[in-house]
Write a protein that binds this ligand. Structure first.
Ligand SMILES: [Cu+2]
Length: 307
């Protein structure tokens, strides 16, 4: 089909290289003319300034050439942009929900995931929603970038053209942990995608759990996964009841994750730092998660079984 990362790479790159080329051309041209004029018309050589008045030729030249140039830029920009708004009817529909500070992807059948797996060479329409503030849905490798605005149902689409892992960024500064608003995009063969989709949990599973809602609202899942993946911090999967090493005041010790340990981790994260992770990454949630809500949070941790 095409050998690019996506069907939009060519259109965007053509416009970009063209504009860059024109800019470099004029940068060199204008700088050269400036230097030549500084030398040629300096006061020693031309002590008296001479005005050029009413030169129609000059005015036509400096109007027509830039006009043609901007129209050429517009033409290539427009040609690259138009297909981005024309979604094919058979595109798979995936909902991307942006919130402080994570992405959630909801697939057909109400299945949800933290990362965006997609089959190669298939059109996908991303329906973009925000739960709070303005975010930006951006996959630079695919030349895809669209605002995610609360209250507005925006969209974008593309056809992935190459297997691999790519980064999805939030491209609109949306608060303290904006830079953690990363998601993994994986382009895989269609059979692998179907298998993966079948194994995904249903979206609604956690939404009624009080503890889940508290963690979700506080943005814990931008650093902690529920499926065993390490993001910034360790995964919550199977955490409750497990044993591992922590560093407390410079000494390594073994702990078992129980109610007290969880509470300390949330209110005083730098007290017991999980071995292998740097201290100071996680802030204290004292005052943000109320003490009376802690039991709900702990109950939720208990539901995240290892298997
Ligand atoms: Cu954001």
């Amino acid at each position: 089909m095409f050998s690019n990362n996506s069907n939009f790479v060519q259109g965007v790159d053509t416009a970009f290289v063209l504009i860059l080329g024109i800019s470099i051309f004029f940068l060199i041209l204008l700088t050269t003319i400036m230097i030549v004029f500084v030398i040629k018309y300096n006061k020693k050589r031309h002590s008296k300034a001479v005005q050029i008045k009413d030169s129609s030729t000059l005015e036509i030249v400096w109007t027509t050439i830039p006009l043609i140039l901007v129209l050429v830029m517009f033409y290539f920009g427009w040609r690259g942009f138009l297909p981005m708004r024309q979604v094919p009817d058979d595109a798979m529909q995936v909902k991307a929900i942006g919130q402080m500070w994570k992405w959630t992807f909801v697939y057909p059948g109400n299945k949800q995931s933290d990362s965006l797996l997609l089959p190669i060479n298939k059109a996908v329409k991303m329906n973009l929603f925000s739960k709070d503030v303005i975010h930006g849905f951006s996959i630079p490798d695919f030349r895809v970038k669209e605002d995610v605005v609360p209250g507005k149902n925006n969209y974008t689409w593309f056809i992935p053209g190459k297997f691999g892992n790519y980064d999805l960024y939030c491209s609109a500064y949306c608060g303290l942990s904006h830079s953690y608003m990363l998601a993994l995009v994986r382009i895989v063969p269609e059979e692998e995608f179907n298998k993966w989709l079948a194994s995904l949990p249903l979206k609604k599973a956690d939404d009624n759990n009080e503890g889940f809602k508290i963690l979700d609202k506080n943005g814990c899942f931008s650093c902690h996964s529920m499926d065993g993946r390490k993001i910034v911090g360790p995964s919550f999967k199977g955490l409750y009841g497990s044993t591992h090493e922590v560093i407390t005041n410079g000494t390594t010790r073994k702990i078992t994750v129980d109610d007290l340990y969880l509470e300390t981790s949330v209110y005083d994260p730098d007290k017991d730092v999980v071995a292998g992770y740097p201290p100071g990454m996680m802030k204290s949630y004292k005052g943000l998660i109320k003490e009376k809500d802690m039991p709900k949070v702990i109950e939720y941790f208990k539901t995240l079984k290892a298997q």
